[in-house]
Design a protein around this ligand. Structure first.
Ligand code: DCP
Ligand code: MG
Length: 428
């Protein structure tokens, strides 16, 4: 870089280079490590709690997992039950299937795709693993969840070469060499653009974006590509005839403020111009931990009381386990329901003492349940513990940087239409 800054002043700071790294088809790729014979095939991960691969493994107990024939694996078209796809291999994505799609719809699109359940423990193990590999090479890393991180390349040796491409290649090679997994990396002047750039060349790609490239590479993208513009903002932007990021950038800041409010409008203007100075946060503390499950069939609070009660207790137990494993206690306990008409209701309650005790969580979550309508059938039930603090009795060494819950969905504000029936139902 000496040449670049050869202006006689040695204190010129290096150019900020931020990378966003995202693992490719993460949960599916982890399964393919175990079953390399499925490489290149259309495989989807998801479905309920079916232990499909355990059945196969029993049947072929006499041979290593890698020698079980691909034909022995269950097909999507034979899948019974509900649930959504967690992820799909790139071969499966060619059929149009992908994350969050219902299994039934996916089965229509890719009937011959293989289907495997998620192995959470394995996924967590590889998640910790690839992050440790990155930290050995570039220490300033922000954990963004199970399969993505931001990395500050600015001061890392080689981090400025070819705009960061050289270091990105090194990281990709190290991760692949030590785990067999591939990832995609975007390197840019900031987090906002890096996040977009990591998608440009998926899978196993690297994209380098410079400040001067914003107009050509960022402005043509649809507004939703900005991390922070969600479905509601998108609808409104479309109503205002703004479809690309460039369309937003072409607006006056004041006009955006008038339409989207002071903070959001101004942020949107900056984002469209590729401006973002958020730092890399290396020690992120989880805000909450949650567990939720979609039922195989809609359940009714009275008619399916026993089944629902058991699932509810189990969710509380799992959240309590997550808290303990990661060394946290929490004080706000909440529930989330999705009704058969897809409406969502959430309720929570804050208690005096911090806890990670499954019975306490169960009791308070049960009280929250009494505050929502339970006449309609339910598709989904979730339990969340928030207002977290590190528990003093336990200090796990490695888990601190992990995200709260792998599959936590965004906290949904309480549904105003879900009237409270406090005290009238005592089901749980
Ligand atoms: N995931 C999930 N539920 C979703 C989306 C994703 O449980 N609705 C899980 C499965 C993914 C992992 O999180 O493997 C990472 O999510 P990504 O969006 O990064 O998707 P992938 O890594 O699977 O694919 P890509 O190559 O597009 O990053
Ligand atoms: Mg990914």
């Amino acid at each position: 870089m000496a040449g670049r800054y050869a202006c006689g002043v040695s204190s010129v700071p290096p150019i900020r280079r931020i990378a966003h790294l995202d693992m490719d088809a993460f949960f599916a790729s982890v399964e393919l490590l175990r079953y390399p014979q499925l490489k290149g095939l259309a495989v989807v991960i998801g479905g309920g709690r079916r232990k499909v691969d355990e059945i196969i493994r029993q049947k072929y107990a006499d041979r290593p997992l890698s020698e079980i024939p691909a034909a022995a694996f269950p097909l999507l078209k034979d899948y019974v039950g509900r649930g959504v796809i967690t992820t799909a291999t790139y071969a499966a994505r060619q059929f149009g299937v992908g994350s969050a799609m219902g299994m039934m719809k996916a089965a229509r699109l890719a009937p011959d795709a293989l289907v495997l359940p998620v192995d959470f423990e394995e996924v967590r193990k590889y998640s910790r693993g690839f992050k440790a590999i990155i930290r050995e090479i570039a220490p300033v890393v922000e954990d963004r969840g199970v399969d993505e991180v931001y990395i500050d390349f600015t001061d890392v040796p080689g981090g400025q070469r070819e705009g960061g491409r050289v270091l990105a290649r090194l990281i990709q090679k190290a991760i692949h060499g030590q785990t067999g997994l591939t990832c995609s990396i975007g390197i840019a002047p900031n987090k906002l653009i890096a996040k977009m750039a990591s998608e440009f060349n998926k899978p196993n790609g690297i994209s380098v974006v410079h400040e001067a490239d914003v107009q050509t590479r960022i402005w043509p993208l649809p507004v939703r590509k900005i991390n922070g513009i969600g479905p509601k903002a998108e609808v409104k932007l479309h109503q205002l005839q703004l479809h690309t990021i460039g369309d937003i950038a072409a607006q006056q800041r004041e006009w955006l403020v008038d339409n989207f409010g002071k903070a959001y409008g101004a942020w949107m203007h900056d984002a469209a111009w590729g401006r973002d100075d958020r730092p890399i946060v290396t020690e992120s503390e989880p805000v909450s931990m949650s567990r939720e499950t979609t039922f195989d069939r809609d359940l009714h609070a009275v008619r399916d009381r026993v089944e629902l009660g058991a699932i509810f207790t189990d969710l509380c137990r799992q959240v309590a386990q997550d808290l303990r494993r990661k060394g946290y206690v929490g004080r706000t306990i909440g529930i989330k329901l999705r009704y058969d008409d897809f409406r969502i209701a959430t309720r929570d309650q804050t208690i005096e003492e911090f806890t990670c005790d499954p019975d306490t969580i169960r009791k308070v979550a049960g009280q929250c349940l009494k505050r929502v309508q339970l006449e309609r059938r339910l598709r989904l039930l979730g339990v969340r513990v928030g207002k977290l603090e590190k528990s003093s009795s336990q200090q796990p060494a490695t888990a601190v940087r992990e995200q709260p819950a792998l599959y936590a969905s965004a906290d949904t504000p309480a549904d105003p239409q879900a009237d409270t029936l406090a005290g009238t139902l005592d089901l749980f």
